[in-house]
Design a protein around this ligand. Structure first.
Ligand code: X8Z
Ligand code: ZN
Length: 665
């Protein structure tokens, strides 16, 4: 019917008023895309879901084929849309065509051979990441499969061990794996740029920035300048603590922090270093992980009560069952928060089809993601959930995506997106901000205090809670910004492959004040050790989300009628906060993001003042702690450009390749 309407109107072209005709034709095209897109999405997502949850050459082949069909159709739609470029169109049609321009994270080249090559490269890079294991050599010099460690095992060393050498080895093992990826990555950059140019952009970085507009490079720098003084205090405080623990090795020349000592493979989220960074005597305060582990252990005991000690299979099955139980309980807990805001329970299909645990018998992409399979309510998450606080926060994060999907399901397909990618990322994190100690106690995730707290204890708890939040939400900000600063340079050619590593470490030193404790010369490809580089997923969204979530949080607190200290606000169960959040989610991508931000927060500009208000007590406390220290750092002394290390410590063991470009968030 729509197609017929299109024919009739085309016949009228050239009459006295071509403009309304042009508008109608564009509207018809948009309607046709909205009609066809869900089925295509369902095909593509199904193939990608399979290849992400079972990495092998067959699933990768099917995903690549589905991806190729998707890209060909997208190309066709764009060709048809091109004739409306620069024409005055009705606002919703113009916005829909604008969304069409940025539907694919990596626009494909028009040349079919190049397109196939790009798909294969993407699959290989992701596969290496998803299956990467560092294997030390046995006595004969061959990689010993019994001595292989994957990202989870290496990350556990960084998170939990405090042995400098063991941590450095784990850090180095993971990073060394990606040196062989550099050539493929550089070729992928060339081809991705061809795709960007074929689609009217100067390079892929320009294409990515166009979706965040007006969050251009300068805008992001403005936001960074707002939060940098707080980060600098946190950095200074962390350095003192690292020196206390590790002596001279706790800091590097120039005052830089060693990249392997902050509890995280990318020195991004510092939460795992809480034991080192907690205010003196407070290291057990507010520890949600202990409670989660306790719940898991209690369930495990229950499950193993009737299993004989020598029944290995039975013991093993009980352990898996207890792991699945806690993973699902954590997800139920997060669901409960969203439901308390008036959002629906997750559909049965979510519980049936989501993946909660790392499977034992196959390789999967364990990096957490949320999936909108068909734009019609088939929503899923894929995670390898462990009973700890970081995983719990990630569950809340992922359900933010899922509730966005469920809320905008009535929008036309082209508007079934976030108002911006950054807003999509910000939703779940906004909820995490509302997980105050009071909320966590009520939820049974923290123990109630033995006695009513004194005002002094209350003040100490506020700082503890703020410091924990800052390790999770302020520490990552410079990393979140510099990752795409680096890629913008890579894509526009100002950082050639020969400078990949030096430029990477220069940016990490400049922004994060972090450096590798070993020389990392140009033969390494350390940026590739981050999932989003291997998977070629845009990252500036996380930086913007890191700021936006505080704006949203404040708006929801205001809507709930809360008037106290911002950081102590939880809007759990508040109908007015829920109404505000639901309006934002239901709008999806149906209006430009500044307009949606304005409706939600009263401001159409991203701004860090809510973040600064939130952390004001911590900022003052850190300044007191840092008195007498000479804070700050210089990047002059970084070792990245030093001569190459003699030999990589471990061998890469790349298994089957992975998936084509993903549609999940
Ligand atoms: O990739 C993610 C989510 C999926 S959208 C798990 N995040 C970034 C990362 O892990 O690097 C969330 C925080 C930043
Ligand atoms: Zn996300």
């Amino acid at each position: 019917m729509l197609a017929l309407a299109a024919c009739r109107r085309e016949a009228a072209t050239g009459t006295a008023s071509p403009q309304p005709d042009m508008q109608a034709q564009a509207a018809v095209l948009v309607a046709r895309i909205n009609r066809d897109y869900p089925a295509l999405q369902a095909d593509t997502s199904a193939a990608q879901w399979l290849s992400s949850t079972d990495i092998n050459p067959d699933s990768e082949r099917l995903a690549a084929a589905a991806n190729a069909r998707w890209l060909a159709t997208l190309d066709d739609w764009r060709r048809q849309a091109r004739r409306f470029d620069g024409k005055p169109l009705q606002a919703p049609t113009a916005l829909a065509l604008q969304r069409l321009r940025t539907l694919d994270a990596t626009p494909a080249p028009q040349d079919a051979r190049q397109r196939t090559e790009l798909a294969a490269l993407s699959a290989r890079l992701q596969g290496l990441y998803g299956t990467g294991r560092a294997c030390h050599a046995d006595d004969t010099g061959q990689p010993d499969p019994r001595q292989c460690r994957d990202l989870r095992q290496l990350a556990q060393v960084l998170a939990g061990e405090r042995d400098y050498a063991a941590q450095l080895q784990a850090w180095q093992d993971w990073h060394d794996l990606f040196a062989p990826m550099k050539r493929d990555y550089a070729r992928m950059v060339e081809l991705a740029n061809v795709g960007a140019r074929d689609n009217g952009f100067h390079d892929l970085g320009a294409r990515w920035r166009s979706a965040q507009d007006p969050a251009s490079s300068a805008e992001m720098q403005r936001l960074w300048e707002q939060v940098k003084p707080l980060y600098a205090q946190l950095h200074c405080y962390a350095r003192t603590r690292l020196r206390k623990e590790y002596g001279d090795r706790g800091a590097l020349p120039g005052g830089l922090l060693p990249a392997h000592l902050l509890g995280d493979m990318w020195a991004q989220d510092w939460s795992n270093a809480w034991d080192l960074l907690a205010p003196a005597g407070h290291d057990n305060a507010l520890d949600v992980t202990t409670n989660l582990q306790r719940q898991y252990q209690a369930d495990l005991e229950q499950q193993t009560r009737d299993v004989d000690d020598d029944d290995i299979d039975g013991q093993f099955a009980a352990e898996r069952a207890a792991k699945l139980d806690i993973a699902r309980q954590m997800t139920r807990r997060a669901e409960d928060f969203y439901v308390s805001l008036g959002l629906p329970q997750l559909p049965d299909g979510y519980w049936q089809r989501s993946r909660f645990l790392r499977p034992l018998e196959r390789d999967v992409q364990c990096h957490a993601s949320a999936w909108d399979m068909d734009f019609a309510g088939d929503v899923r998450t894929k995670m390898c959930i462990e009973p700890n606080e970081a995983a719990l926060d990630t569950v809340y994060h992922e359900l933010g995506h899922v509730y966005y999907y469920l809320s905008y399901v009535k929008q036309p397909a082209l508007f079934q997106s976030g108002a911006s990618d950054a807003l999509h990322e910000a939703v779940g994190d906004t909820i995490v901000l509302a997980l105050t100690p009071d909320y966590l106690r009520k939820a049974g995730l923290l123990d109630p205090p033995a006695d009513p707290p004194t005002p002094k204890q209350q003040q100490a708890e506020l700082i503890d809670a703020q410091l924990r939040m800052a390790l999770m939400k302020v520490a990552p900000l410079p990393f979140d910004l510099l990752l795409d600063r680096w890629r913008w340079g890579v894509f526009d050619g100002s950082i050639p492959p020969s400078d990949y590593n030096a430029a990477w470490w220069k940016l990490r030193a400049d922004y994060q004040g972090i450096a590798p404790a070993l020389p990392r010369g140009g033969e390494f490809f350390d940026a590739g050790a981050k999932y989003h580089v291997a998977a070629n997923m845009e990252y500036a969204r996380y930086f913007l989300a890191g700021i936006l979530q505080f704006q949203l949080y404040k708006a929801l607190c205001d809507a709930s009628g809360y008037r106290g200290e911002l950081a102590a606000c939880s809007f759990y169960g508040n109908a007015d906060a829920g109404k505000k959040l639901r309006a934002l989610l239901e709008a999806g991508g149906s209006a430009p993001w500044p307009q949606i931000l304005q409706q939600a927060t009263g401001s159409e500009r991203i701004d860090a003042s809510a973040l600064l208000e939130y952390f004001a007590p911590l900022h003052a406390w850190l300044e007191t702690q840092n008195q007498g220290q000479s804070c700050g750092w210089t990047s002059d002394a970084i070792q990245a450009s030093a001569p190459p290390a003699k030999a990589a410590s471990a061998n890469a063991e790349a298994h089957a390749p992975g998936t084509a470009s993903a549609t999940a968030q």
